[in-house]
Design a protein around this ligand. Sequence first.
Ligand SMILES: C[S@@+](CC[C@H](N)C(=O)[O-])C[C@H]1O[C@@H](n2cnc3c(N)ncnc32)[C@H](O)[C@@H]1O
Length: 223
Amino acid sequence: MSSNNINLYRNNIEYYLFHYKKVDEGRLGCVQFIEVTLTYLSWLKKQKSLASEYGFTQSCTDEFGRFLYTLIGQVKGNILEIGTGLGVSTSWIVSSMSANSSNLISIDNQQDYVGAIKPLFTQYNVEFIVADWKEIINKGPFDFVFADAADAKSTYAQELFKLLKVGGVLIMDDLTPEEYWPAEWRGKRDVVRDYWLNHPKLAATEILLTPQQAVIIASKLEE
Ligand SMILES: C[S@@+](CC[C@H](N)C(=O)[O-])C[C@H]1O[C@@H](n2cnc3c(N)ncnc32)[C@H](O)[C@@H]1O
């Protein structure tokens, strides 16, 4: 078994154990447990192979997916995903999203990506939109925002800030820790960290998920 396969296997075992715990707590019956587990595994596989069919290399990592999945389990309300891609992060989100008290809007400006994945999510509370994310500002504010389109994190950070409800949580991945920065980044301003980690109306921090991958998580304190 390659080390990648061992990791995948270990992750899946952890996932099984997590749901067994739910069975113990009486939250899921055994049949439901098996259904949830199989759905989860086949989804992620399906999304990943679709992404590779399209030559799409920007899907979130498993480490980030599991982090997102954990956070979403706590959320009640309106969730926004900016940058659907080929639906890998969408799969993680809907895997732990409350069916009764949450809903997801996922937006991407690429019609072919959204068209390819939309049929896979029909039984979930997800609205897919093909547009530039700034066109749906009137649908906000949101309780939870996963910002995964480059211009949302940097150029239009103020617009993104406005999309978040007071008390809401925003998350962004794909941050490179400084020791792994390429030479051309050094000595330049880091606009993403400058804005999101120093905003007076946000409580925010950076978390290292793996040695080479960091995320920012921020909660909005006031308008
Ligand atoms: C990093 S990928 C998303 C990957 C996906 N969230 C995942 O983890 O599986 C970024 C996506 O944002 C989309 N995008 C880029 N700029 C955008 C914009 N201004 N409005 C909407 N979508 C945009 C791209 O088409 C691309 O699919």
